[in-house]
Design a protein around this ligand. Structure first.
Ligand SMILES: Cc1ncc(COP(=O)(O)O)c(C=O)c1O
Length: 468
């Protein structure tokens, strides 16, 4: 393909995205989708017209993440200035490992690491951008393991007398369990601590869990508090847990992949109270702040640990830097995209004030939804929302849990894409507010849609003869 053809296709993509705006569509199953495309990789290069057709179809059949009806994940939409950054990063294609090949991007990332880590600790710590919260959690917990079990980096875990454990809430993200697996602790190395009914892990529960582990001659390497849990959006008792960790000399990691962004909001930053006690923090910008996936950081309070935990000594073919500018030695990745460019452009366009207003808008929309649910006998909250997730059930007149069927119907019709989770009482809807422009009427509309479909399911189940 010629460069000029590529430019033509790219402009068409942007135009099609502009034209499709807020439109939604029904979902397509793999058979239907597979039937609509030739999925065999082509042997010979195809013509521009065929490439353009594929690109257009790809967009048509993609999940309608730009629509207000898309409420399924902790992210949605395209933030325009972040899109400009994405294009800039793609067009200038480079890797973040050395200053030499990513000079300005390196300085931008260093500047943001300084600024953002100061939001956590009041003074600059260290940090690096990652491929997402999962990688940030893994990297932070690897540093914790290496610092608490000094021999583990060079010799692995076999030498220790005491079995190492990581503690996290039952409601923590699955990436913590995966990290235990990858770091050699195994799934059994994760102790899942009970959360309260609103989904918060408390300092007292962590203190008891540490005592239990020690009674069994185990060794707690790290405790993970979650700032914004994936399902309930709950903020653990970060201050209380941090104080326990300091007393017990345990590494304290805050998984703020979802919620650390509240640090940029004057009204909501108190939710991160105690965050300055953390040894490390994960923070995603592609969730609450709406940037393109991925835009994530891991921060570590003590400078030097990122490099120390990774240094392997066989990388001098790449790193010739004598001024300590290269970011590669701090990263789990070798080749790494310049994700910082989109964050920088978003920051330029919105300013910190814009980020703060965005967060406040998300919280406002979540509180509108909570009020609507509390006033509507058709619905019940599953937990008191602490941030921007609202978990609720449909009170079906027939007493049957129809949430999954309602969700599937909405997905098939393309009327709404709304996720669910489950607890001991069965499934419930998890609405994550990811765009501040959701109005009261949008949210009321969603509840009305659920009531209408739920009512239909309830009347069919009641008219059906009961088996005895
Ligand atoms: C609390 C929490 N931590 C970590 C992650 C993983 O983040 P990522 O999807 O960026 O890997 C998620 C994802 O939803 C999350 O909710």
């Amino acid at each position: 393909m010629q460069k000029s053809d590529a430019t033509q296709v790219i402009l068409k993509i942007l135009q099609q995205a502009e034209d499709s705006g807020d439109k939604t569509h029904r979902s397509y199953g793999p058979r239907e989708l597979g039937g609509a495309f030739d999925l065999a990789p082509s042997k010979h290069g195809q013509r521009l017209v065929e490439i353009e057709q594929f690109v257009s179809d790809y967009m048509k059949f993609s999940s309608p993440t730009q629509s207000k009806a898309f409420m399924n994940q902790l992210w949605s939409q395209v933030e325009p200035s972040s899109l400009v950054g994405e294009v800039l990063a793609a067009v200038t294609n480079t890797s973040m490992y050395t200053y030499e090949v990513a000079p300005l991007a390196t300085l931008l990332e260093q500047s943001l690491v300084k600024h953002l880590s100061s939001k956590v600790w009041g003074e600059a710590g260290d940090g690096v951008m990652t491929s997402g919260g999962t990688a940030s959690n893994l990297q932070a917990l690897m540093i914790a393991r290496n610092e608490r079990l000094q021999e583990s980096k060079e010799h692995g875990l076999s030498g220790g007398v005491k079995k190492p454990y990581i503690l996290a809430s039952k409601e923590a993200h699955y990436s913590i369990k995966r990290a235990c697996n990858i770091l050699g602790l195994g799934h059994a190395g994760l102790i899942e601590v009970e959360a309260d009914s609103d989904g918060r892990m408390m300092g007292s529960a962590v203190e008891s869990a540490i005592a239990e582990v020690e009674k069994l001659a185990g060794h707690v390497v790290a405790v993970v508090a979650t700032a914004g849990t994936t399902v309930k959006g709950a903020f653990d008792d970060i201050l209380g847990i941090g104080e326990v960790c300091k007393r017990q000399k345990v590494w304290f990691h805050v998984d703020g992949a979802y919620g650390a962004s509240v640090l940029l909001s004057e009204s909501h930053r108190d939710l991160m109270q105690g965050g300055s006690l953390a040894d490390s923090v994960s923070w995603d910008f592609h969730k609450m702040l709406g940037l393109h996936l991925p835009a994530a950081f891991v921060f570590v309070r003590k400078k030097g640990l990122l490099k120390k935990s990774l240094a392997s000594g066989n990388d001098d073919y790449l790193f010739h830097d004598e001024d300590d500018l290269d970011l590669g030695p701090k990263s789990l990745q070798c080749g790494r995209r310049a994700d910082v460019v989109k964050l920088w452009l978003s920051w330029m366009a919105q300013g910190e004030r814009g980020f703060s207003e965005r967060i406040d808008g998300l919280f406002n929309a979540a509180s509108v939804m909570r009020d609507l649910i509390e006033k509507d006998h058709n619905f019940v909250l599953v937990a008191k929302p602490q941030s921007i997730n609202v978990c609720f059930r449909y009170n079906s007149p027939d007493g049957i849990r129809h949430e999954k069927s309602i969700r599937t119907r909405m997905l098939e019709e393309g009327s709404a894409i709304l996720n669910y989770s489950e607890d001991s009482q069965g499934p419930f809807f998890r609405l994550a507010i990811t765009r501040p422009d959701l109005t009261t009427s949008d949210l009321r509309g969603l509840l009305d849609l659920i009531s209408t479909i739920g009512g239909e399911y309830a009347s069919t189940s009641r008219s059906r003869p009961q088996l005895r």
